[in-house]
Design a binder for this molecule. Structure first.
Ligand code: ATP
Ligand code: MG
Length: 470
């Protein structure tokens, strides 16, 4: 949004001043959250805390989603009880986190409720000197806990005693008006933790809310700092969006900010402002299809798409443009190996390093992408040859190829929920064989130029040897 509502009756996301800020308290008649919407287990935790003389609040995304009439993914609880006290109160619990200790309370059916002690600093903040804060230095009041959070709409507390929503930062008004606004001074908050910029884009995409002007301007100024975040954290943040069921909206939103090319500079050569170019449009079609699969995920049929497949899908339009895949003719022999090696190197440098992608995942991403050529040219209109269909990697490569076709407006089948309604393979079940091994083994078996991308080696070559498929 460009014109912003001015400060509201509370503090409109202002940083916590030394003097205490008065919270706006919204009674049940002025907010839509009803106790029965809370998870039974979350309520149990809240009541146990109350009965033991502590304060307990539903916080963060749970309050936001209930307010918006959505089903929260999880119910996080904050309390004035310290981790040690929590452990004594909940026998079926454990403490996690090195710096910020969080208590996980376990219930039947693998249900976990996370309970954290109110604190004054965010997990990712340092003290002024760049030193990590000791955990006992960070316990805080309710007010401090509100101001250390990211967005005003994520900084609300719901308490069961009076069934009120407690708002220090103007979050209720922002929820009602549809505004994404950083708590406090956005310049400062982004430079302390640049990943917050991704959270702004994520929640703007998911809610369809407009980004407040000051937040949006600060995001433009700080976007180049994003890559200062630890690579693994960036990878996890991106995966969260790819699996959110709103990844297309996320990418569209990201493409309107400098964050997109900061994250994925290799898309630069193909990118036009706002993502109006063919490559971006192709990617958006792919992400829309992935969203469709996640949106049909249910408790009975949960979807799990492995990270290497999601990343291959994310890289597909770039790899296709950059390496001319699938190409005019099927890649064979030395050509195949050269292209595979170049692709693997590029993926390692441009994607593997900035996002700390495990070696195995890089291998699998490259394998999926290079085989676009095989899948594109080996079919004869009626289907694929037997030798290809027998390969263990065939199914997965075919799914990516279907996404490729869909991204070009061809084919409508795409991918289906059933394709991914499988448990993740256990460690050791999947094996990747390198191009070098393949090259030497296929030539030593004297297969000549037959099917150089694949060998008749049982279990497959150049791809994923998954017992699930064999
Ligand atoms: P989701 O529905 O994706 O879980 P969420 O808002 O609950 O959304 P979480 O990552 O679970 O997101 O974080 C829980 C809460 O912790 C947020 O609502 C926010 O209040 C706070 N938070 C998370 N990350 C940050 C951050 N980087 N800086 C400040 N506060 C944060
Ligand atoms: Mg959450």
């Amino acid at each position: 949004m460009s014109s912003l509502p001015q400060e509201n009756k509370t503090t409109a996301g202002k940083p916590s001043p030394a003097a205490t800020v008065e919270a706006a308290i919204f009674p049940e008649s002025e907010h839509p959250i009803r106790e029965q919407q809370l998870d039974r287990e979350a309520l149990k935790v809240l009541y146990r805390l109350r009965d033991a003389g502590f304060k307990g609040y539903l916080v963060g995304g749970g309050v936001r989603d209930l307010f918006l009439g959505k089903k929260p993914k999880d119910f996080d609880i904050s309390t004035d009880a310290r981790p040690g006290q929590l452990r004594r109160l909940f026998r079926n619990s454990r403490t996690i986190g090195r710096r910020f200790r969080l208590v996980q309370v376990f219930f039947r059916g693998n249900k976990i409720i996370e309970v954290s002690t109110l604190r004054s600093r965010s997990e990712y903040e340092e003290d002024g000197e760049g030193e990590l804060l000791a955990s006992n230095n960070t316990f805080g009041t309710l007010e401090e806990d509100a101001f250390r959070r990211d967005l005003t709409i994520n900084s609300l507390f719901y308490e069961i005693e009076g069934r009120t929503v407690i708002d220090y930062v103007g979050g209720v008004e922002d929820l009602n008006r549809g505004i994404i606004r950083m708590v406090g001074d956005p310049d400062q908050r982004f430079s302390h933790d640049p990943a917050r910029m991704l959270r702004v884009v994520r929640h703007a995409a998911r809610t369809g809310f407009a980004v407040d002007a000051a937040t949006s301007e600060a995001l433009q100024r700080h976007s180049s700092e994003l890559m200062l975040c630890p690579p693994s954290r960036l990878r996890d943040e991106i995966l969260k969006d790819l699996r959110s069921g709103a990844s297309k909206l996320w990418a569209e939103q990201c493409m309107t900010t400098p964050l997109w090319l900061t994250l994925f500079p290799f898309y630069q050569d193909y990118f036009q402002a706002g993502g109006k170019d063919e490559t971006s449009l192709a990617l958006l079609r792919i992400l829309g299809e992935i969203d469709r699969v996640y949106q049909s995920s249910s408790e009975e049929q949960p979807v799990h798409i492995e990270e290497h497949f999601l990343f291959a899908a994310l890289l597909l339009p770039w790899a296709s443009a950059h390496f001319k895949l699938p190409g005019e003719e099927r890649l064979r022999g030395p050509q195949f190996h050269q292209c595979f090696a170049a692709l693997r190197e590029d993926i390692g440098e441009r994607f593997g390093v900035p996002f700390n992608i495990p070696r195995m995942a890089k291998e699998r991403i490259s394998t999926l992408l290079i085989n676009l050529s095989t899948l594109h040219h080996a079919g004869n209109g009626k289907g694929y040859p037997k030798w290809l269909k027998k390969k263990s990697y065939y199914q997965e490569c075919k799914r990516l190829y279907d996404l490729y076709q869909l991204s070009r407006g061809k084919g409508t089948a795409g991918i289906s929920v059933e394709d991914f309604a499988l448990p993740e393979p256990k460690q050791g079940e999947v094996e990747v064989i390198s191009a070098v091994q393949e090259a030497s083994s296929s030539s030593s078996r004297g297969r000549g130029g037959g099917n150089p991308a694949f060998s008749s080696h049982k279990g497959g070559i150049f791809g994923l040897r998954s017992r699930r498929h064999s």
